[in-house]
Design a protein. Structure first.
Length: 321
């Protein structure tokens, strides 16, 4: 049964076929057939003191001659984990090395404790994926998995409210900031037409970037310097592309170079900053020891909206006012 610490040991199964390297195929096959195992897709090879040596696929076992020794067949470099390895790391190892079972070994003695099989790996992946989605949506879960179809209304409200209140407060501040430019908007009403697309494009680019970055942090060690340079290059290209396109559209549609330049430069700078913000926010969570997906989308969204408006009206004040 799964424990509260969410480690490999909480998912381990022990009713497994075990063999010694000096045994032969026929002997091991007879041993396997004499019992109904909880999992029999693999045979785990140990020595006389139950020290883990490797893994042998049952498929290979069935296709080998009866008199062939197990020592000639099993995989000696098969990856394994310790009993206290977090379940997420177990699942990541399975994905990285294309494993359908992950042996669990006592670190001090090398003793074979059992394995996390394919069924348990799928459960871990499902739970971790669900948790990541909830965290990224800014839902503060107090259990590993929440059944949203059976949860009480009061609990759903309590889980969803914190980051939404944060975003609501940020939205009010943005509204107050925009109101300070009432005169500018009255003189150049066309500036108001472009606020939705500028905000949307910045948010869309930021959401894409944060999704890729959170996935990268979860699955592998990230070289921040190389990743930041690469993402900023992508952000600069996207900013130049969409900034140029919206500049041409605004110039042709409204005939004002000042308005067109404001929109184009704002979108260019906004997309670059949204890329930076999308990497910085989850990275801060990661450095603080928190799940990098935790509240990333709501926080990135409100910060990016605020930056978009600041940049937009700051540039407009210089170019058209």
């Amino acid at each position: 049964m799964k424990g509260s610490k969410d480690t490999a040991l909480d998912h381990v199964i022990t009713d497994l076929p075990i063999a010694r390297p000096e045994q032969v195929v026929g002997e091991v096959l007879t041993y396997i057939r004499n019992k109904n195992w909880e999992s029999s897709h693999h045979v785990f090879i140990v020595d006389s003191k139950d020290k883990y040596l490797g893994v042998l696929s049952t498929r290979i076992l069935l296709s080998s001659p009866d008199n062939q020794k197990i020592s000639e067949l099993f995989r000696k470099d098969y990856p394994y984990v310790g009993p206290h390895t977090h379940e997420e790391k177990v699942a990541i190892m399975a994905i990285r090395y294309d494993l359908d079972t992950v042996p669990v070994i006592q670190a001090e003695t090398g003793r074979f404790l059992g394995t996390v099989d394919a069924e348990e790996l799928l459960k871990i992946l499902h739970e971790e994926h669900t948790e990541k989605l909830l965290h990224r949506a800014g839902i503060l879960v107090d259990t590993k998995v929440i059944d949203i179809f059976k949860a009480r209304i009061s609990r759903l409200i309590r889980l969803r409210l914190p980051w939404l209140i944060f975003g609501f407060g940020g939205g009010l501040l943005i509204t107050i900031f925009i109101s300070r430019f009432e005169v500018l908007l009255q003189q150049y009403v066309s500036l108001a037409y472009f606020i939705p697309i500028v905000a949307y494009m910045n948010a869309a680019v930021g959401t894409q970037a944060v999704s890729l970055f959170v996935r990268g942090l979860a699955l592998e060690k990230v070289s921040m310097r190389r990743y930041v340079v690469r993402e900023l290059a992508v952000g600069t290209f996207l900013g130049a592309l969409f900034g140029g396109l919206i500049f041409l559209f605004a110039l042709l549609a409204f005939g004002s170079f000042g308005v067109a330049a404001t929109v184009g430069i704002s979108l260019f700078l906004g997309i670059i900053l949204s890329t930076s913000n999308a990497m910085l926010t989850p990275y801060i969570f990661h450095r603080l020891g928190k799940d990098p997906a935790f509240g990333s989308d709501p926080l990135v969204t409100i910060v990016q909206d605020a930056l978009s408006i600041l940049i937009y009206f700051g540039i407009a004040s210089v170019l058209v006012f």
